[in-house]
Design a protein around this ligand. Structure first.
Ligand code: SAM
Length: 451
């Protein structure tokens, strides 16, 4: 199967069968015998089309008598793929974008291929006008950057139109890729620096260019990685894939060795395993998630990294567990959220419906309120999300604090935070990380102390 055919199948799976992009793409790429270049092209097509779906549909609608809403899946997906290549891929000549799409369409549904041909030729004739949008209106921003309108409305309400434009631009950029080195393996080396050098050298042997990250000792930035799950450094537990915003959550909680930690929403396990590494495999991390299949992921994550201080089991964080009352030195509430800070990694989030996220603040507050009861007096907890909506972040925390006078904000200054952010942003005890300002995934991290 060619790269274009694979991209078509994946996009069809996402659109019609509501599959996740990464899972579907992995499936089809695993089955294929494409070389790395062609795999890259298939990936680019899938994510390019997905990230620009509303924008592309707008262009198609302007150049077609039949509107996208009325088209069959095969036709609209082929048109989006063709239009994406015409508009965004400089390396693909217009005639190739059109001819390849039309010949793909002929094999899928011959009767529609003339129509696809006509629409793509029409777009190609007017290619210079495609980026004309009113970027001072909610409607214009939503179309240009391909977001559901309610998302842009909410961002404008919280940030104003100018900042929203910057946020949408930053959420449309390619995300940087980071690895977290497993601190537990550092004892095999004379120093931590030698350990990082070893990892970087092994990566470069596999054609992966990487570098240390100023400020975060265990982070490595890589330009790309192919089939990381097959890489020996990965299979042998030296590295995990994790964005630096997410690493900072573990760093802010910073549990001491031999302490007892509760991670209420832990799957797939990025933060539970990081906490276990920070604790040097001592003490205990009690780790729960509500989904059985996800609990299994945390287990295999721990096994791969040689972690044995994490106890993983099924648990619903919104239900109070009296057995946990006052038992934990640290609690992490990395709550389910709308995910608006990580759109660059999961473009499907751009098309979430408002009704899917409207109930989240209630659930988040419920989880935080339960967590508070599990903490020992003097203990610390972190409330974190990967969203940039205040309604799921500071507003939830403020509501919680109004009803829990025995909790106060705890400063999050210190290593590594002060190396990365201005102190005045950290002193308050919470931080909204903005992709537009901080060049990392959007996150909210808040530290609270039980006094
Ligand atoms: C933001 S993710 C957690 C990511 C995780 N901490 C990590 O670093 O890998 C939120 C998780 O909450 C889980 N979840 C949703 N509702 C829950 C509930 N009521 N109780 C426990 N976990 C829940 C989801 O399955 C999801 O895995």
């Amino acid at each position: 199967m060619s790269a274009r055919n694979i991209a078509y199948k994946v996009l069809f799976d996402i659109e019609k069968n509501k599959k996740y992009s990464n899972i579907s793409l992995d499936y089809y790429l695993k089955e294929s015998d494409l070389d790395d270049l062609q795999r890259g092209f298939a990936t680019e097509l899938v994510y390019g089309v997905l990230e620009n779906k509303i924008f592309l549909d707008g262009i198609i609608n302007r150049h077609s008598k039949i509107k996208v809403k009325k088209m069959q899946y095969s036709v609209k997906i082929s048109l989006r793929m063709g239009a994406y290549q015409l508009i965004f891929l400089d390396g693909v000549k217009d005639y190739a974008a059109i001819n390849e799409t039309v010949s793909m369409m002929k094999k899928i549904d011959k009767r529609s291929s003339n129509f696809v041909n006509a629409v793509l030729r029409n777009i190609s004739r007017n290619i210079d006008d495609v980026f004309e949008h009113d970027e001072n209106s909610i409607e214009g921003l939503a179309t240009r950057y391909s977001f559901e309108k309610w998302i842009v409305e909410r961002l404008v309400k919280e940030n104003g139109i100018e900042k929203t434009r910057d946020i949408l631009i930053s959420l449309s950029e390619k995300p940087k890729i980071y690895l977290r080195v497993n601190r537990l393996r550092s004892s095999e080396f004379p120093s931590f620096d030698d350990y990082l050098d070893f990892v970087l050298e092994r990566l470069s042997r596999d054609g992966i260019v990487g570098r240390k990250v100023e400020g975060i000792a265990e982070a490595i930035e890589v330009d790309s990685f192919k089939r990381i799950e097959k890489n020996e450094l990965f299979t042998k537990g030296y590295i995990s894939v994790q964005d630096i915003s997410s690493m900072l959550v573990g760093n802010v909680l910073n549990p001491s060795e031999n302490s007892v930690v509760l991670d209420l929403c832990s799957a797939p396990g990025g933060k539970s395993t990081h906490l276990a590494e920070i604790m040097n495999n001592t003490g205990k991390v009690v780790s729960h998630d509500i989904f059985e299949h996800k609990v299994k992921l945390v287990k295999s994550y721990c096994e791969r990294l040689g972690i044995n201080n994490v106890e993983i089991s099924l648990g619903d964080a919104s239900e109070f567990n009296p057995e946990y009352e006052g038992k934990f030195d640290y609690v992490l509430c990395d709550v389910p959220c709308s995910g608006m800070g990580i759109v660059r990694r999961k473009p499907e989030i751009k098309y979430k419906k408002e009704e899917d996220v409207v109930g989240l603040p209630i659930l988040q507050l419920q989880i935080l309120s339960n967590a508070a009861k599990y903490l020992k007096k003097g203990g610390s907890m972190v409330y974190s999300t990967c969203t940039i909506f205040d309604s799921e972040n500071i507003n939830v925390v403020q509501k919680f604090l109004n009803g829990n006078k025995d909790f106060v904000f705890e400063s999050i200054c210190g290593d590594p935070m002060t190396k990365l952010f201005e102190e005045e942003r950290l002193r308050k005890g919470y931080l909204k990380i903005m992709p537009s300002k901080d060049n990392m995934d959007g996150f909210f991290i808040c530290k609270l102390k039980k006094v």
